[in-house]
Design a binder for this molecule. Structure first.
Ligand SMILES: Nc1ncnc2c1ncn2[C@@H]1O[C@H](COP(=O)(O)OP(=O)(O)O)[C@@H](O)[C@H]1O
Ligand SMILES: [Mg+2]
Length: 367
């Protein structure tokens, strides 16, 4: 008999809704059914939550992908601060929640805050770590404060851009990050949306306008001649980094197409083909980045190997990385002997561990 009831949150309001459906399908199929009973909670694209019929779980277990969110007024999920998640007049008997949500309103601390308020343990980083990791500017400033090497950047807000004008900005970029080529990206986004590689600051206007469609803050970075290393990190206080992998895009860079549309858009190589010393350094850097950003549970740390200067630079950290069986995170774990179902169990154990530690703080919790 299953002893733990796990709530799976999936779908959601971000551009990565589809990816979440795929990740959730994999979780449902692979979770250890002898230990976990499941409740699926689907979040529509406009943010409403619905408890899904058990038939969706059954179908997913039998091989059908989860294709969307079934809506029904009587299955609407409400949040009861201090009292869990509620459907109608019944509190859902959940022991733990796994937000299998990527991007905004899922990976950025918002859902984590809600789960704190309803007092449920949940998988992955807490409010601060999630929010930090989502903001590419603030997380890099944090890493710099810890003495960790990052991809250089210059921040441009939409308001600064409008009031200062392009020429002022071009001069400022030349002084801070050189002549280009540059990468221009929204500070808070994912899946490579709104990202443009430009040859020089002549093309800045178009690239910034693309970035400002997704956030009111953008980063301009020197284009690094990079090999892209990804590291899976798992744990709370003593995080462990698995053998790193390398993403080798077949496109100009690892853009949205290469990630999700073109099946041959990128090769994933595990282990990354580097000398052992470089791999060890990448692992150490990933653990440092995980800790500095106050992340717990799991995260995928993405690092550039700068071919020009033969050095490692932190690019970003994803606190709810793609989680299908063929996604990088589970594949890197499997390479080192941790199979997907055991990985899931471990993540839930880590959620309980963190929740328990925080509950024991009687000064904070007033118990
Ligand atoms: N400064 C940079 N130099 C070289 N390539 C970059 C740079 N920034 C981003 N890229 C390319 O764009 C991809 C997506 O950028 P990233 O910052 O990881 O955003 P996202 O959160 O959308 O994945 C990277 O995987 C890499 O291929
Ligand atoms: Mg990335």
């Amino acid at each position: 008999m299953a002893t733990t009831t796990l709530g799976i949150l999936y779908g959601g309001r971000s551009g990565e809704h589809e990816v979440s459906l795929q990740s959730a399908t994999s979780v449902v199929r692979n979770v250890d059914a002898t230990r976990f009973a499941l409740k699926l909670i689907g979040i529509t694209r406009d943010g409403r939550w619905f408890l899904q019929p058990d038939s969706v779980i059954k179908a997913a277990r039998n091989g059908a992908p989860i294709e969307g969110v079934v809506e029904g007024a009587r299955q609407a999920v409400q949040c009861s601060p201090g009292g869990g998640l509620v459907v109608g007049s019944k509190t859902l008997a959940l022991d733990c929640v796994f937000p299998v949500l990527h991007g905004s309103f899922g990976e950025d601390g918002t859902v984590q805050g809600l789960l704190e308020l309803v007092d449920l343990p949940y998988v992955g980083a807490g409010v601060l770590g999630s929010a930090l990791a989502m903001d590419k500017e603030i997380v890099k400033r944090t890493w710099q404060a810890f003495g960790l090497p990052v991809v250089p950047f210059s921040r441009v807000t939409a308001a600064e851009y409008r009031s200062g004008g392009t020429e002022v900005l071009q001069a400022q970029l030349r002084d801070t990050i050189g002549e280009g080529p540059y990468f221009v990206k929204p500070a808070c986004a994912g899946s490579s949306v709104g990202i443009t590689r430009i040859a020089s600051s002549e093309e800045l206007d178009g690239a910034l306008q693309a970035a400002f469609r997704y956030d009111i803050k953008a980063l301009v970075e020197p284009a690094i001649p990079a090999r892209e290393i990804e590291v899976a990190v798992l744990g709370n206080r003593e995080p462990h980094a698995f053998t790193p992998g390398e993403v080798v895009p077949t496109h100009a860079f690892y853009d949205y197409e290469a990630k999700y549309i073109d099946p041959n858009g990128a090769h994933l190589v595990i282990p990354a083909e580097f000398p052992k010393e470089t791999l060890d350094n990448a692992r150490e850097l990933a653990v440092g980045a995980f800790r500095a950003a106050d992340v717990c549970g799991f995260a995928r740390v993405d690092i550039f190997f700068d071919k020009a200067n033969e050095r490692l630079l932190l690019n970003e950290i994803n606190t709810i990385p793609g989680f299908t069986r063929i996604s990088m995170f589970p594949r890197m774990c499997r390479h080192d002997g941790l199979e997907y179902p055991q990985l899931l169990s471990r993540l839930i154990d880590l959620a309980f561990e963190r929740f328990g530690e925080r509950q024991a703080l009687d000064g904070v919790w007033g118990r």
